[in-house]
Design a binder for this molecule. Structure first.
Ligand code: BES
Ligand code: ZN
Ligand code: ZN
Length: 476
């Protein structure tokens, strides 16, 4: 579907365009007003529309247009009619429109034997369009497209989405942009001593990959010495995004029961979000340095798989007791977070479908964030609201460290008591062990791995938190 923005009065359009009219109450319906097809959408009072309800209102337009099999649709947007959007500016509003039209239009049809024909051809946004509004709309299209890439990757079934496939998709997605993709294979991963990534990947036929995406949009700082004292972050130091790339999570030998395994082909959603975000950042040409790191492996069941009780030696030198083979995400992320040190990053953000406990804690309307910095916590919450990828904090207090003390190794991947309490915090606390001395935020995106009905998005991957990652790269 084409999305366009034009500076025009809606009455000046050809009759081929069905017009959207927001009504305060009543029922949604398709009617003729003066011979012109009009889609009436119930929006309540426009004065009451907030940034949050604005997004679902926009998505609802696409949903309704598809329901009524409309080919060409137009709607007029007047920023001044939405006072509650005033926290932001018109550029934000037009960006949000473009993003959410794209998000709502997305469908995953790759595996349908008969691809449904797209009826909806065009949505025209009509308004008093400034230069800023136009730029915002264009940005929104780029970021929206990036979320579609992320959703395609995450929705691809585990049998097809292997570490090698994820590698190829990262290369394909970033081809022709200023971002470069380098991939470390098993040999290189062994050489670096990434015991976490190797351990988790051991049970699968396809060996792990470590995908490195570099985007030097500002300038490359002087070659960092990886020997001796690590270099100090400077203004040019990059932000590093680390994405969990478990292409399928069976749970390993501690196999997941029944339907708990069903959606685990999406356990690489964090990695997919990092790929999408870097694609957007590169296409937007941001004058920032941003690195994406994706440890990719399949957590499989076989005689070669890691066992409960195994002790892994990580890249950092730390030893880890594997008390549960299903707590594999933190093992591969620990090595990636340590690898990030070579960039002397200004900030490290990891994104992972890390714990089912995150859904127990907050439901499915926000990802969880954990950080030792109150300032970063506040910034992330703000940018979450601004972008639409909402986040909510859990604590990372020192009190939690006692539960993951090692039995034979230095640290354990779950509490040795196998407590059912604080599951997400235990995951964050484990990762904190590997990020000492770095500015770091952990995003447990398990709650937002898939859409829920009220999101007004297609079933399956939600494409989060691509919009937030792009915002972080822009604003920090
Ligand atoms: N990938 C899962 C977490 C998950 C579950 C993400 C459901 C999205 C939806 C993760 O690797 C996992 O299995 N975590 C365990 C941790 C436990 C063994 C401490 C979990 O959540 O049960
Ligand atoms: Zn797991
Ligand atoms: Zn997992």
């Amino acid at each position: 579907m084409e999305k366009k923005l034009v500076s025009k009065k809606i009455d000046a359009l050809a009759n081929a365009y069905t017009r959207v009219v927001f009504v305060e109450k009543g029922v949604e319906r398709l009617v003729k007003h003066d011979g012109v097809n009009t889609l009436e959408i119930v929006a309540g009072k426009l004065e009451k529309i907030t940034a949050r309800t604005f997004r679902t209102l926009i998505r609802g337009i696409v949903q309704s247009a598809k329901k009524y099999k409309i080919e060409k649709l137009a709607f007029e947007f007047d920023f001044t009619k939405y006072p509650k959007l005033g926290t932001y500016d018109a550029a934000w509003a037009y960006q949000t429109i473009a993003e959410n039209l794209t998000l709502a239009d997305y469908e995953f049809t790759v595996y349908k034997s008969k691809r449904p024909k797209e009826v909806l051809q065009e949505i025209l946004v009509v308004g008093d369009v400034s230069k800023e509004a136009k730029a915002g709309f264009e940005r929104g299209l780029i970021i929206g497209e990036a979320t579609s890439i992320t959703r395609d990757l995450a929705n691809t079934p585990g049998g097809d989405m292997t570490p090698k496939h994820l590698m190829n998709e990262a290369k394909r997605t970033l081809k022709g942009t200023k971002a470069t993709v380098t991939v470390l294979d098993e040999k290189a991963i062994i050489k670096l001593g990434m015991g976490g990534l190797l351990g988790v990947g051991k049970g699968a036929t396809e060996k792990p990959k470590f995908i490195v995406i570099e985007y030097w949009g500002l300038m490359k700082p002087g070659a960092s010495s990886t020997k001796k004292a690590p270099p100090k972050p400077t203004a040019e130091s990059p932000i590093v995004f680390v994405g969990k790339g478990i292409t399928f999570d069976t749970g390993g030998l501690q196999i997941k029961p029944g339907m708990a395994m069903y959606e685990m082909h999406m356990d690489m959603s964090g990695g997919a979000a990092v790929i999408g975000a870097l694609a957007a950042i590169a296409k937007l040409g941001l004058k920032k340095n941003v690195i994406g790191l994706i440890p990719a492996a399949e957590n499989a069941v076989s005689d070669a798989a890691i066992r409960p009780g195994d002790v892994l030696k990580m890249m950092s030198g730390a030893t880890v007791d594997v008390l549960n083979t299903d707590a594999e995400g933190r093992l591969i992320l620990a090595d990636a977070l340590h690898y990030a040190r070579r960039y002397a990053p200004r900030l490290v953000v990891d994104v992972a479908t890390l714990t089912g406990a995150a859904l127990v804690a907050v439901g499915q309307h926000a990802s969880i964030i954990m950080t030792k910095s109150r300032k970063l916590e506040d910034i992330f919450r703000e940018l979450g609201e601004e972008s639409g990828d909402y986040v909510f904090p859990l604590p990372l207090w020192n009190e939690f460290k006692q539960y993951i003390k090692g039995v034979h190794g230095d640290i354990a991947n779950i509490p040795s008591s196998d407590s059912k309490y604080g599951g997400s915090i235990n995951g964050g606390t484990f990762l904190a062990h590997f990020t000492k001395g770095m500015k770091w935020v952990h995003i447990d995106m398990a709650p937002r791995m898939t859409s829920v009905a009220s999101d007004k998005l297609a079933k399956g991957a939600a494409g989060e938190p691509v919009r937030l990652l792009v915002k972080i790269a822009e604003k920090l």
